[in-house]
Design a protein around this ligand. Structure first.
Ligand SMILES: NC(=O)c1ccc[n+]([C@@H]2O[C@H](COP(=O)([O-])OP(=O)(O)OC[C@H]3O[C@@H](n4cnc5c(N)ncnc54)[C@H](O)[C@@H]3O)[C@@H](O)[C@H]2O)c1
Length: 339
């Protein structure tokens, strides 16, 4: 039985909680043993903010042991892994401490506020021999897994062009402090930058336009062009200033030599060049569920973490840092570091 401690019970903590409960209900050999949040007393009966809905409005945590300090949780519990759903600047130090204490760590994206800290996390995992995975959940999202398969097996030929997008209203609280959240670039657009990295490797250079709208938050609207040696035309945009009833949206359009894929409204439409188009049949499970299950499987069966290695998630942050520099320079081309 894999004993899990969940650290952070805000929006993402609840999203992960829903999926641990589902895994336990399905009979997966896992037990969500404890939940820790500095505000646990206030949060245990409330609703979390976020740009997507979680499953429940009110969370009954009476079946779980609750803590408001990580140290107290570690002293009282015999855990195998922790799941870190804390504000971004806390990820690196707490993940490293947990790895040093002999625990496997699943940690929310972005890996850390800066790439150097993300590489420190990767190095700590390697040295301690414990598993670490960053929750770059799109790598487990069926629509993006399908795209990855099409890119890898070449069924529609090479990619000629691609456009990736996500948008929502603005988050609240610490997210809007540039030093903590890193702006829309690090917090939201990192998903698409990570997918582009995962699909095509590191770009040779990036050019980003960014616009600040909310005082102190960093860039709130961003658009990046990615340059690769083969000339494919790739762009990703994110905007977290879409207020009113907009809610949340993510899409992609990828054009191959012999067809194109369009992901919109939770559906992937496949348009092969010489055949009628069709909707891809994909798993209804979310990337959150699939990433947690993948990580738990890796521990239970002692398998390596391959879909999202800590080094590759850290490499995505080097792309984001190049994008930040490019936006600061008005869109100049910048080469990402290659650690
Ligand atoms: N994968 C995704 O799609 C996705 C979506 C949203 C957020 N995120 C990421 O998840 C992380 C958390 O975001 P969120 O929206 O849940 O934030 P949040 O502010 O809703 O939740 C963070 C929680 O951490 C708690 N906390 C802060 N310091 C603590 C400490 N020292 N010990 C214990 N608890 C502490 C806070 O009380 C809060 O409840 C961020 O890194 C964010 O970028 C990922």
């Amino acid at each position: 039985m894999l004993r899990v401690g969940l650290i952070g019970f805000g929006f993402m903590g609840r999203m992960h909680f829903d999926n641990y409960v589902r895994l336990m209900e399905e009979g997966y050999p896992l037990q969500l043993a404890a939940i820790c949040d500095v505000q646990i007393e206030r949060l245990k009966n409330g609703k979390a903010d976020g740009n997507m809905a979680t499953e429940r409005d009110v969370y009954d945590l009476s079946a779980f042991r609750l803590y408001d300090k990580i140290e107290n949780m570690l002293e009282s519990e015999e855990l195998d892994m922790v799941d870190i759903t804390l504000p971004t600047p806390l990820h690196a130090d707490i993940a490293c401490q947990m790895l040093e204490r002999g625990l496997h760590v699943l940690c929310e994206k972005p890996a850390a506020r800066r790439s150097a800290d993300a590489f420190r996390m990767a190095e700590t995992a390697k040295r301690t021999g414990k598993k670490l995975m960053i929750g770059q959940c799109l790598r487990f999202w069926p629509a993006y897994e399908f795209l990855k398969e099409c890119v890898e097996d070449g069924r529609y030929g090479q990619v000629k062009a691609g456009y990736f997008y996500r948008g929502s209203g603005a988050p609240k609280g610490w997210f809007l402090d540039r030093e903590m959240g890193g702006g829309c670039l690090l917090d939201m657009h990192v998903h698409d930058a990570d997918i582009i990295h995962w699909l095509f490797g590191k770009p040779e250079k990036v050019s980003t336009l960014g616009r600040n709208v909310i005082p102190g938050s960093g860039y709130d609207i961003v658009s990046t062009n990615y340059s690769y040696g083969d000339g494919k035309v790739l762009n990703a945009q994110a905007d977290w200033t879409l207020e009113g009833d907009y809610e949340f949206e993510m899409t992609y359009r990828v054009n191959f030599e012999r067809g194109n894929l369009l992901f919109a409204r939770n559906e992937v439409k496949v348009n092969p060049q010489d055949e009628p188009g069709f909707v891809a049949e994909l798993s209804p499970d979310s990337g959150y569920y699939r990433q947690i299950r993948y990580f738990a499987d890796a521990i239970v069966h002692d398998r390596p973490i391959e879909v999202c290695t800590p080094e590759s998630a850290a490499g995505t942050l080097e792309i984001i840092e190049a994008e930040q520099l490019s936006a600061d320079r008005g869109g100049a081309w910048v080469e990402p570091a290659r650690s």
